[in-house]
Ligand binder design. Structure first.
Ligand SMILES: Nc1nc2c(c(=O)[nH]1)N[C@H]1C(S)=C(S)[C@@H](COP(=O)(O)OP(=O)(O)OC[C@H]3O[C@@H](n4cnc5c(=O)[nH]c(N)nc54)[C@H](O)[C@@H]3O)O[C@H]1N2
Ligand SMILES: Nc1nc2c(c(=O)[nH]1)N[C@H]1C(S)=C(S)[C@@H](COP(=O)(O)OP(=O)(O)OC[C@H]3O[C@@H](n4cnc5c(=O)[nH]c(N)nc54)[C@H](O)[C@@H]3O)O[C@H]1N2
Ligand code: SF4
Ligand SMILES: [Mo]
Length: 715
C-alpha cells in the first residue's frame, strides 16, 4: 500500500518542505512539496536520498558497549544508560563537574529539542564544559558582532537589496544564506536588477550569476575588503547622516585602510583593479546591500577581521533596516523582541572563563573546540575525562591523529548515532538512536540559530512542524537523543529544569515528557503558539507575526564601532605581512575548503549509492594539471607541513590556478586502509589544532594552507 505524508527535510538547516511516499511502511520516495511558495517544490539530492538513509543496511539498531580489547558488543540501551549515569556520577564525585564535557556537532540539527535538553543537562550537573562545532565553523560572526555592536533593527532582507556581496560562501550548494531554493532566489533577484558580487577563488555555482566575480587568492579577503572600504571612503560613498547618528571610529578606519590602494590590493590578492573598482561602485551606489560571509573567509586565519570588515562596510554605507522596514527576524517559534532602528554598543568578545591549555579563552562563540583534545590529554585538576559526543571528531576535526588520541584516552566516550561513524568506532558506548522520520520536530532550532548567524532561517515569519511518520523497525532497541540526557540526569538524581522560548521556567510533574510535550514546553511564550503551528502540515508564513522596525528610542545612546582596537591591530598586521617565501618552492599550492553537494560533512557517505562518486576528489585548475603532467583520475599525494594524504585528482576549470579545493569529512577510519577511491581522503590529516589557530576564537587554520602536490607512488 502506498501513502504520502507531508514533512520537512532535516538533513540540513534549509528545512525544505517535502512529501514522503511510503510503500508497505517503508519510505520509498521524497519529492518537494509544491504548496510552499517560498521553496517552490525545491529539494536537493541529499533530501531525495532520505529513503536510502532510512533503509541503510548498516544502520545502528542496537546500542554497543566496548570491551577491554576494544571490541563492540550489543548492550541493552537502558542498561547502557544506567552504566553511563553511574560512571558520570563517580567521575563528578572524584574530579568535579568540569570532568564532564559535551560536544555539539551536527547530530543536533535534525532534532530541535536535543540541544536545549543537553544544555539543561549540563546546567543540572553544573559543568561549564560545552564545546560546539560553532568554533570550527564561523566563530567570527558572533565575535565581530560583539566588537562592532549590533543593529537592533535586524538585517537587510535579500528581497529588499539592490546589491549583494557573497564572500567565501556558496549558498547554491550549502544553503547557508538564501536557504530556501537559493539558485532560484539568486536568479529571480538578479533578473529583477540586483547586482551580485562574489568573492571566491572558484567560479562557483553562486558566482555564475555574479555581475562581478573577484577570483581572489585564498586568504587575501581582509586585503580585498579593506580595499573596497578604502575606495568607498575615497569616493564619498559614506552615508554621513547614518554615521553621525550611529557610528564611531570612521576616521580611524579610514586611516587603517589607506595602505590598501586598488593597485596594492589587485597585485596582492591576484585580482583585477578594474573589477575591484566595479565592486566598490556597485556597493557605493546601492541603496541597500545583502552582505553574506561564509566558511571560506572564516578558516584562513583572519575570520574575525573579515566578518568585522563586512559589518564596517554595512555601517559606513548605512545598509541597515530603518524605522518602518520589515524585520527579517520576526519570531514564530522563538520569543518576540522589539526591533528598533538603533545600535546596541559593542561588548567584550570574551566571557572571562578559560581553558587550562594553550592560553585559550572562552569567547562569546564558546570554548574553543580546538582546545578540547588538549583538555582531555593534559593531566591535572579540571581535566576532561568524559565526553558525550554529538558529532564526528575523528572525521571532522583538524588533526585526526590528535582527535583519535584524545578520544581514546577518555575514561568515558558516549556517541549517540544512527550510523557507525569513525568516532563511534572508538566509543565506550554507542547509543543507537531514532531517525528523522521516527521523531516529531519543529523549525525552532533553525530560528534560534538565525539570531547568531543571519545566514540561517527565513527573512519572513515561517515555521513548520512535523509529527513522527514512521515507527522504528520492529527488531530494534532505540532511544531518542534527548532522552539520553534526560534519563541519565534522572538516574544521577539531578533532575533538570526546562525553560520556554521566552526564558520562563516550565511547570511540570515528574513524569518523562513525550517529544511532543517537550516541543510544547520549549515553545512556551513563542511568537506564534505551537498549537497554531501544528495546524499547518505544509509549513506556513505566519503573516500575523510579521513585525516592522520601530523608530529609535529618544533615550538611546548606543553607538556602533568601526575601529575596534583588536581589529585595527590585526588589520595593520595584515598590511605589514610578507607572504613566507620558503613556501614558494616547498609548498607552492594552497589548500581550500568546499562543500560537497551530495553529503553534509562526514554524514552517510558510506551508504551505497548515496552520492555520485563516493569519494572527495582534489580539484585543481587545468593549467596546474598540465604543469604537473597529471590527468583527471591521477592518484596524487598532498603534503602540508603537518601531514601527507593521497587523493584522486580532478580537473576543474572554475578554479583559480595554484589552488587545491577538496571537501572535508571523508577518508578512512583509524586503522582502515588508505583507499581514496573507495572512502575518499581525510584532509584533516594535513591540518593542526594548535598551529596558526585564531587567538580569539581558537578556530584552527583550515583554509589557504600551503601544500605540495605530486603524483603518488602507486603500489
Ligand atoms: N578541514 C575541514 N574541517 C572542517 C570543516 C572544513 O571546512 N574543513 N568544516 C567544519 C565545520 S563548518 C563543521 S560544522 C564541523 C562539523 O563537525 P561535526 O558536527 O563533528 O561533524 P559532522 O560530519 O557534521 O558529524 C555529524 C555526525 O552526525 C551523525 N548523524 C547524522 N544523522 C544523525 C542522526 O539522525 N542522529 C544522530 N545521533 N547522529 C546523526 C553523523 O553520523 C556524523 O557522525 O566540521 C568542521 N571541520
Ligand atoms: N551540501 C552541503 N551543504 C552543507 C554542508 C555540506 O557539507 N554539504 N555543510 C554545512 C555546514 S556545516 C556549513 S558550516 C555550511 C557552510 O556553507 P558555505 O560557507 O557556503 O560553504 P561552502 O559551500 O564550502 O563555501 C565556501 C566557499 O568559500 C570558498 N573559499 C575557500 N577559500 C576561500 C578564501 O580564502 N577566500 C574566499 N573568498 N573564498 C574561499 C570556496 O571556494 C567555497 O566556494 O554549509 C552547510 N551546508
Ligand atoms: S537543501 Fe537538501 S538536505 Fe537541505 S533541507 Fe533541503 S532537501 Fe534537505
Ligand atoms: Mo559548519
Amino acid at each position: 500500500m502506498t501513502e504520502t505524508a507531508a514533512t520537512f527535510c532535516r538533513l540540513c538547516t534549509a528545512s525544505c518542505p517535502t512529501l514522503v511516499e511510503f510503500s508497505d511502511g517503508k519510505p520509498v520516495r521524497v519529492t518537494g512539496n509544491r504548496s510552499s511558495s517560498l521553496y517552490g517544490g525545491y529539494t536537493c539530492v541529499k533530501g531525495r536520498a532520505l529513503p536510502k538513509i532510512h533503509l541503510n543496511p548498516d544502520r545502528l539498531l542496537f546500542s554497543l558497549k566496548r570491551d577491554d580489547a576494544g571490541k563492540h558488543h550489543r548492550i541493552d540501551t537502558d542498561q547502557a544508560i544506567a552504566e553511563i549515569a553511574d560512571k558520570l556520577s563517580s567521575l563528578i564525585e572524584e574530579h568535579g563537574p568540569r570532568s564532564v564535557a559535551v560536544y555539539y556537532g551536527n547530530s543536533v540539527v535534525p532534532y530541535p529539542v536535543l540541544s536545549f535538553v543537553a544544555a539543561m543537562f549540563m546546567t543540572a550537573i553544573k559543568s561549564p564544559m560545552s564545546f560546539s562545532a560553532a568554533t570550527l565553523d564561523q566563530p567570527g560572526i558572533p565575535i565581530s558582532n560583539a566588537l562592532h555592536g549590533k543593529w537592533l533593527g535586524g538585517r537587510t532582507a535579500a528581497a529588499d537589496a539592490d546589491a549583494a556581496l557573497i564572500i567565501g560562501g556558496n549558498p547554491v550548494i550549502s544553503k547557508q544564506y538564501l536557504s530556501q531554493n537559493p539558485a532560484r532566489q539568486l536568479k529571480d533577484r538578479v533578473n529583477a536588477g540586483m547586482k551580485l558580487i562574489v568573492i571566491d577563488p572558484r567560479r562557483t555555482e553562486t558566482a555564475r550569476r555574479a555581475h562581478v566575480h573577484l577570483q581572489v587568492r585564498p586568504g587575501e579577503d581582509a586585503t580585498v575588503l579593506a580595499g573596497i572600504i578604502n575606495l568607498l571612503i575615497a569616493q564619498d560613498a559614506v552615508d554621513q547622516a547614518f554615521v553621525a547618528e550611529n557610528v564611531d571610529g570612521l576616521d580611524q578606519l579610514a586611516k587603517a585602510v589607506e595602505p590598501f590602494t586598488p593597485e596594492y590590493v589587485a597585485e596582492r590578492a591576484g585580482i583585477s583593479g578594474d573589477d575591484l573598482q566595479e565592486a566598490a561602485n556597485v556597493l557605493g551606489q546601492a541603496r541597500r546591500a545583502y552582505v553574506a560571509g561564509g566558511t571560506g573567509i572564516s578558516m584562513t586565519g583572519h575570520g574575525n577581521l573579515c566578518f568585522y570588515l563586512l559589518l564596517c562596510l554595512q555601517s559606513i554605507r548605512g545598509f541597515w533596516p530603518r524605522a518602518g522596514d520589515t524585520f527579517t527576524a520576526s519570531a514564530v517559534l522563538t520569543a518576540q523582541v522589539e526591533p528598533k532602528a538603533q545600535p546596541q554598543s559593542p561588548s567584550s568578545a570574551f566571557t572571562g572563563d578559560a581553558l587550562r591549555v594553550r592560553d585559550l579563552k572562552q569567547s562569546i562563540a564558546g570554548f574553543p573546540t580546538s582546545g578540547l583534545p588538549d583538555e582531555i590529554l593534559t593531566p591535572g585538576e579540571g581535566r576532561v575525562r568524559a565526553l558525550i559526543c554529538l558529532g564526528n571528531p575523528l572525521a571532522a576535526w583538524p588533526d585526526s591523529a590528535l582527535a583519535h588520541k584524545a578520544m581514546s584516552e577518555l575514561e568515558l566516550l558516549v556517541v549517540p548515532n544512527v550510523e557507525y561513524s569513525e568516532t563511534a568506532r572508538v566509543a565506550h558506548y554507542v547509543l543507537a538512536t531514532k531517525q528523522i522520520l521516527e521523531t516529531p520536530a519543529t523549525t525552532q532550532l533553525v530560528e534560534v540559530t538565525k539570531n547568531v548567524h543571519h545566514g540561517y532561517g527565513w527573512d519572513v515569519p515561517y515555521a513548520h512542524y512535523t509529527p513522527a511518520l514512521l515507527d522504528p523497525p520492529e527488531e530494534s532497541d532505540l532511544i531518542e537523543d534527548w532522552q539520553i540526557f534526560y534519563r541519565v540526569a534522572q538516574l544521577m538524581g539531578r533532575p533538570m529544569q526546562f525553560f520556554g522560548a521566552d526564558g520562563s521556567p516550565c511547570e511540570r510533574d515528574g513524569e518523562e515528557p513525550t517529544t511532543d510535550e517537550l516541543i510544547d514546553l520549549l515553545c512556551q511564550g513563542s511568537g506564534v503558539p505551537m498549537e497554531e503551528v501544528r495546524c499547518h502540515p505544509d509549513g506556513k508564513i505566519f503573516a500575523e507575526a510579521q513585525q516592522s522596525v520601530a523608530p529609535r528610542d529618544p533615550s538611546c545612546t548606543g553607538r556602533l564601532n568601526v575601529a575596534d582596537d583588536l581589529m585595527m591591530a590585526e588589520l595593520s598586521e595584515v598590511a605589514a605581512q610578507q607572504p613566507p617565501s620558503d613556501d614558494k618552492c616547498t609548498y607552492p599550492f594552497q589548500l581550500i575548503t568546499r562543500r560537497n553537494d551530495g553529503v553534509v560533512n562526514s554524514m552517510f557517505r558510506r551508504i551505497p549509492d548515496m552520492h555520485k562518486a563516493g569519494y572527495n576528489p582534489a580539484f585543481m585548475a587545468p593549467s596546474d594539471l598540465e604543469e604537473l603532467g597529471l590527468q583527471s583520475g591521477s592518484l596524487i599525494s598532498i603534503t602540508s607541513r603537518h601531514g601527507k594524504v593521497t587523493a584522486i585528482l580532478e580537473s576543474d576549470a572554475t578554479l583559480r590556478p595554484g589552488v587545491v579545493s577538496i571537501s572535508h569529512g571523508f577518508g578512512p577510519a583509524m586503522g582502515e586502509d588508505d583507499d581514496p577511491l573507495a572512502v575518499g581522503t581525510n584532509v584533516n590529516r594535513l591540518l593542526r589544532m594548535d598551529v596558526g589557530h585564531d587567538p580569539i576564537s581558537g578556530i584552527p587554520r583550515m583554509g589557504a594552507v600551503a601544500v605540495a602536490v605530486e603524483a603518488a607512488a602507486t603500489a
